[in-house]
Ligand binder design. Structure first.
Ligand SMILES: Nc1ncnc2c1ncn2[C@@H]1O[C@H](COP(=O)(O)OP(=O)(O)OP(=O)(O)O)[C@@H](O)[C@H]1O
Ligand SMILES: [Mg+2]
Length: 313
C-alpha cells in the first residue's frame, strides 16, 4: 500500500535521510520507530505530500506523491505530531468545519460527522468545547478529523505521545477497530514499548538510515541470521508432573529446558514462531495441561535495544 524507495533528503547542508527503503502492506498496522531526530517526521510528511524527496520516490496506494499529490491526499489521512486544535469550538463544530473543508456535500456532511464521532467515541462529547478536553480526548478528535474523507491509509505521527495508560489503551482499541475496517495505518514513536502491542510490522530508523524493516518476527532473523543465542518461551502448566520437561527435549529446535524460579518451564529454542507452535503441539500431545505460553521478553523491545545499540535516550 505504501512503498518508500531509496528516499534521500537534506535540509541545507544536513543529510537527514540516506537511502530509505521500506514497504507497508495493505491492512497492516506499521510502526515507524526511531530516536529523536532520526527522520521519522520528515519521512511521514513526504508520504503526506507536504515535502518532496530529493532522491527516490514514494508511492501511496499506487500513486507517486510528487506526480499525483491530489490522488494521494484522497486516499490518505495525516495526523501531524503536536496537532494543534482550534480551541473555541465544540467537537461537532470542529468536525463539521473540516468536513466542509474536505468538500463533503452538505447532505452527507452530518451523517459523516456522526459516523466518525461514533467510531471515535466522541458522541457524548459533541457539545464539549475543544479547550475543555483532556489530551487523550484531543488526540481522538485529531484522529477523527483525519477520518472524515474515509481514507484507506492513516499516517499518525506520535499518536500515543503523552497519553496516560488508560488513554493509550483507548487509542490501541481505536487503531484495532480502524484496522478491522481495512485501513492501513502507520504510527510513529520514539518509544518502542508505546507501539509494541499495536503493530505487526516495523521499520527502525536511526540517523536517517533504516536499520531493519518488515514483520516483527522476521526482523529478528534479519538482524541475527546466524543467531547463536536462542530465544525462549515460558510455558505455564496447570501442574508439573515428574518428567514433564522430557517431551520438549526431543524437539530438534529446542536448545534447553529448565524449571524457572516461579515454577514454569523455560524453553530456549532456535527458529521462529513455527518452533513455538511445535512446542505447544508437543505439550498438548504429551497430555500436559497448558495454561499459558509467553515470550520471555518482548521481542520488539529486544530487537530495538540491540539495533540501536543503546544510543536511544
Ligand atoms: N524544516 C526543517 N529544517 C531544517 N532541519 C530540519 C527540519 N525539519 C527537521 N529537521 C532536522 O531533520 C532531522 C530529522 O528530523 P525529524 O523531525 O524528521 O525527526 P524525528 O525522527 O521525527 O524526531 P522526533 O522523534 O524528535 O520527532 C533532525 O535533525 C531535525 O533537526
Ligand atoms: Mg518527529
Amino acid at each position: 500500500m505504501i512503498r518508500v524507495e531509496g528516499v534521500q533528503h537534506r535540509f541545507g547542508a544536513m543529510q537527514v535521510l540516506h537511502d530509505v527503503w521500506f514497504t507497508v502492506p495493505k491492512g497492516t498496522v506499521f510502526g515507524f520507530i526511531g530516536p529523536n531526530g532520526a527522520g521519522k517526521t520528515t519521512t511521514l510528511r513526504m508520504m503526506a505530500t507536504l515535502l518532496e524527496p530529493d532522491e527516490g520516490r514514494i508511492l501511496v496506494g499506487g500513486y507517486d506523491v510528487v506526480e499525483r499529490p491530489n490522488d494521494v491526499r484522497r486516499v490518505l489521512g495525516f495526523m501531524p505530531d503536536g496537532f494543534g486544535v482550534y480551541e473555541r469550538v465544540t467537537v461537532a463544530e470542529y468536525l463539521e468545519f473540516f468536513a466542509s473543508a474536505h468538500a463533503i456535500p452538505l447532505d452527507k456532511r452530518k451523517r459523516t460527522v456522526e459516523a466518525v464521532m461514533e467510531l471515535t467515541d466522541l458522541g457524548p462529547l459533541r457539545e464539549r468545547l475543544v479547550s475543555a478536553m483532556s489530551k487523550g480526548m484531543k488526540q481522538r478528535l485529531a484522529i477523527a478529523r483525519t477520518l472524515l474523507h474515509d481514507p484507506e491509509v492513516l499516517i499518525l505521527d506520535e499518536p500515543a505521545n503523552g497519553l496516560d495508560p488508560r488513554a493509550r489503551i483507548e487509542m490501541r482499541d481505536l487503531i484495532e477497530q480502524l484496522q478491522q475496517l481495512g485501513k492501513t495505518i502507520v504510527l510513529s514513536s520514539h518509544i518502542l514499548t508505546e507501539l509494541s502491542d499495536m503493530v505487526s510490522a516495523v521499520c527502525i530508523l536511526e540517523k536517517g538510515r533504516v536499520l531493519a524493516s518488515g514483520p516483527v518476527d522476521r526482523i529478528g532473523q534479519q538482524l541475527r541470521p546466524e543467531q547463536k543465542v536462542a530465544r525462549a518461551v515460558k510455558v505455564r502448566l496447570l501442574s508439573y508432573p515428574e518428567g514433564c520437561d522430557a517431551p520438549f527435549r526431543e524437539l530438534p529446535d529446542v536448545a534447553h529446558v529448565e524449571r524457572g524460579p516461579d515454577g514454569f518451564l523455560r524453553i530456549a529454542y532456535h527458529g521462529g514462531d513455527e518452533t513455538v507452535a511445535a512446542i505447544v503441539a508437543r505439550a498438548v500431545g504429551a497430555g500436559l495441561k497448558v495454561v499459558r505460553v509467553e515470550p520471555e521478553r518482548d521481542d520488539l523491545e529486544q530487537i530495538f535495544l540491540e539495533v540501536t545499540r543503546g544510543e536511544l535516550q
